[in-house]
Design a protein around this ligand. Structure first.
Ligand code: ADP
Ligand code: GLC
Length: 480
């Protein structure tokens, strides 16, 4: 099949979270299965500066209609592996910036224009380069206008650009909600600005467009596919999602084992496998030193890696300050994002510097070291569409402590409920329940043979992308 993906993030070029990992691994897996895969990404500075893009071919010049203006751009293409091409939709004014969505404090004011331009750039490239896609697959709100814009371009030019469209919701909490004036920039027919179209309480909602107009919809775990159809998790779009209930399927993300695998992980000071866990001890020692802790500490280490945002349940961790200051354990947090959360975590780390470490930055190497060097991985998310780190942590023999939401339910088995098959500890998304779960973790850690057995079960799980990629292939084929 000729498969076109469009997304705002793609590992290893631009990443703020799991979207980049998921699109990177899925497109690579599909290319490996012999499909002809193209991934469209905005031409961010980071992507253009990446070594893979050094010899990118300048493929096309674009003239994109944005309301009553025409804006120019260009398309650069490179091929990082067999059967895979990356198309960068470039326009310096929009994408030559340090971060993809905002300056840290707030989102860029022209995000509506930036991603309308991106989607239109994808459509225009499909048309001019005659890519003849079987499937055009958009991810999240930044690519959610694609199904509608494709339909509109096909109508205007009387041709077929894509046989079918697929849209994946990685996170329904981010919708691309903009003032009504943004609608004119889409150049879509006025009748689409209503309750059955892009309008959402007098604003424009990009994500709603993807949900309503793609031929098929997916979410990144089966549980989340159900959750988004409820008021509790639908973030105001549950009613819209319900109208497509028959077309939504949950396909669990996987782990890219060429990047996340302790047996071959070149970033770690030592490698290890279920048969020989000695290297995990070396990683632990290095991690403790890196965080300024005594290297010989033998108690449990809890790790956490995430965007600093309410979703990730950092407030539940902060509410448990007495647990971390009182117990003989260590807490190591790596993340970046919301300043309030960072400040509160910083206060906690300053209160107990001998026990709590905070690294407030993006750091790929440190993220691997935390996955490898900790004993437990904390993920008390309030909601979690899929979540990748709880899978990475199992692969690395680091027992996950997670809340019972979304993809966490689909990927972790509670040892209390399933003593013979359990791989982690589950709680409800509240501070008291998290505390009880962490107390269970201490008890488990103290029972060395039992803890080691849980670790072995974690590492024996298969989270490879093969299953997910096959699921997407089937979905594409069915829709065609
Ligand atoms: P989300 O997409 O909601 O952020 P996921 O669990 O799906 O959550 O994916 C998060 C990804 O981002 C993981 O690969 C994780 O290791 C990575 N990540 C998050 N914060 C950081 C950070 N500060 N430094 C390095 N990697 C990070
Ligand atoms: C989103 C979700 C996360 C998911 C990721 C990749 O960022 O928050 O749960 O794992 O997308 O699909």
């Amino acid at each position: 099949m000729k498969i076109v993906h469009a997304a705002a993030e793609l590992y290893p070029y631009v990443k703020t979270g799991g979207l980049a990992d998921a699109v990177g691994a899925l497109s690579a897996a599909l290319a490996e299965h012999g499909h002809e895969v193209s991934v469209f990404l905005p031409g961010y500075r980071a992507a253009l500066e990446h070594k893979d893009a050094a010899n990118a071919e300048r493929k096309l010049r674009l003239k994109i209609e944005m309301g009553d203006q025409f804006l120019s751009g260009d398309v650069r293409v490179f091929s990082p592996r067999k059967n895979l091409k990356v198309y960068l939709i470039c326009r310096e004014e929009y994408f030559d910036r340090r971060a993809p969505y905002g300056n840290g404090e707030r989102d860029y004011e022209d995000n509506a224009d930036r991603f309308i331009f991106f989607c239109k750039g994808v459509v225009e490239t499909l048309r001019l380069a005659d890519l003849q896609a079987d499937i055009v697959h958009g991810h999240d709100w930044q690519a959610a206008l694609l199904p509608l814009l494709l339909r509109e371009a096909e109508r205007r030019h009387s041709l077929t650009l894509a046989l079918k469209t697929v849209f994946t919701i990685h996170n329904i909490a981010y919708q691309g909600l903009f003032p009504a004036t943004a609608f004119a920039r889409t150049n879509l027919p006025d009748e689409l600005f209503n309750i059955d179209g892009l309008e959402y309480y007098s604003q424009v909602n990009f994500l709603k467009g993807g949900i309503l107009f793609a031929d098929r919809l997916t979410t990144v775990s089966p549980r989340y596919a159900k959750e988004i159809q409820t008021p509790e998790f639908g973030c105001g779009l549950d009613g819209v999602a319900l109208t497509r209930a028959d077309d939504i399927v949950g396909l669990l993300n996987g782990v890219d084992t060429s990047i996340w695998n302790p047996a071959v992980d070149g970033v770690l000071p030592a490698r290890y496998s279920p048969a020989n866990m000695a290297g995990k001890q070396t990683c632990r020692t290095k991690l403790l030193k890196r965080c300024g802790f005594a290297a010989g500490f033998g108690g449990p280490i809890f790790g956490m890696i995430c965007r600093f945002t309410e979703q990730k349940g950092l407030d539940l961790v902060i509410a448990n300050r007495e647990f971390f200051t009182g117990q003989d354990c260590r807490l190591i947090v790596l993340g970046a994002g919301d300043q309030r959360i960072e400040d509160e975590l910083r206060a906690l780390a300053t209160e107990a510097p001998q026990k709590i470490s905070l690294s407030a930055r993006l750091d790929e190497t440190m993220s691997h070291l935390i996955e490898a060097g900790c004993d437990f991985f904390l993920m008390p998310s309030l909601f979690e569409p899929c979540g990748l780190n709880q899978m990475y942590s199992q692969v690395y023999g680091t027992v996950p402590v997670v809340s019972r939401v979304g993809g966490l339910v689909d990927t972790v088995i509670d040892v209390g409920e399933q003593p013979d098959t359990g791989t982690g500890i589950m709680c409800e998304p509240n501070a008291g329940s998290l505390r009880a779960a962490m107390e269970r973790a201490l008890v488990l850690f103290a029972d060395k043979p039992r803890y080691a057995a849980v670790q072995q079960r974690c590492m024996a799980r298969d989270f490879g992308w093969k299953t997910a990629a096959t699921g997407y292939e089937q979905l594409y084929q069915e829709s065609l």
